[in-house]
Design a protein around this ligand. Sequence first.
Ligand SMILES: Nc1ncnc2c1ncn2[C@@H]1O[C@H](COP(=O)(O)OP(=O)(O)OP(=O)(O)O)[C@@H](O)[C@H]1O
Ligand SMILES: [Mg+2]
Length: 247
Amino acid sequence: MITNRLNIGYDLDAWNTVKMRIPVTVDVSLSTNSHILLSGLSGSGKSYHLNQIFAKLAKQGGEFYFADYKGDDSFAHLRGLPHYYSYKETLTALDVVYSRLNDRLSGEDTSRKQITLIYDEYMANILALMNEDKKKAVEVMNKIAEILLMGRSMGVRLVASMQRPDAVAFSHGSRLNFGIICVLGGANRSIYEMLCPDFIEQIDTENRRFGRGEGVVVLQGSRLKFVKVAVPQDYKKLQRLCIKALS
Ligand SMILES: Nc1ncnc2c1ncn2[C@@H]1O[C@H](COP(=O)(O)OP(=O)(O)OP(=O)(O)O)[C@@H](O)[C@H]1O
Ligand SMILES: [Mg+2]
């Protein structure tokens, strides 16, 4: 059955205490802000989680573009596919999705079928651009901001992963426009201060420790969940779903 809900992990406390898998699901329909921000230190499990999120969204249909700045082995199964763009080519993926957004804004394209741009290591990409070509970096950040600010009702969605989501890479305060925020692993307090300042006490950073693939999810800035990202039952099937979505 195809639904508009995305399983973003399992309830962490139920998993750890009674070994129960209780899915934490989020609404990703057109009417809801389903831009997703994934954050966490290196090795916290972002790319691993991104593969799972991608497969689950792919199951719901739509068009996908994958920008993989680092191009490490996490997404090796996607290399060479038509909608997969690595390292310097990531900007092409952004340009394609940005122009599709503009076609919809101008009325030239009246379809609202979901178009999703998945961007791994967005911040590292911006940092590199800042050193190489500042003007280009600003242009990229502005395009990302437009997608975040106007994409939802046009059916254009961003799923971005990065270690530190500093505000500087999100022009015009557009970082606030991620409806689904996930911080994995033992993150620095400053990351929670950036992304979910209202929930610091609830997260209880003094006493709670998150391991790899564990962390917090904040939904529409108003709901906090503790989640565990499980090892998928069939990793090959997951990869096949992602490959099909980019082919
Ligand atoms: N939930 C999980 N369960 C089991 N293994 C995991 C989980 N998440 C990640 N791993 C493993 O941990 C390692 C690091 O994960 P991953 O590459 O996703 O981290 P990352 O946050 O993307 O790191 P980087 O920022 O350096 O790219 C990988 O080898 C992956 O297979
Ligand atoms: Mg990674």
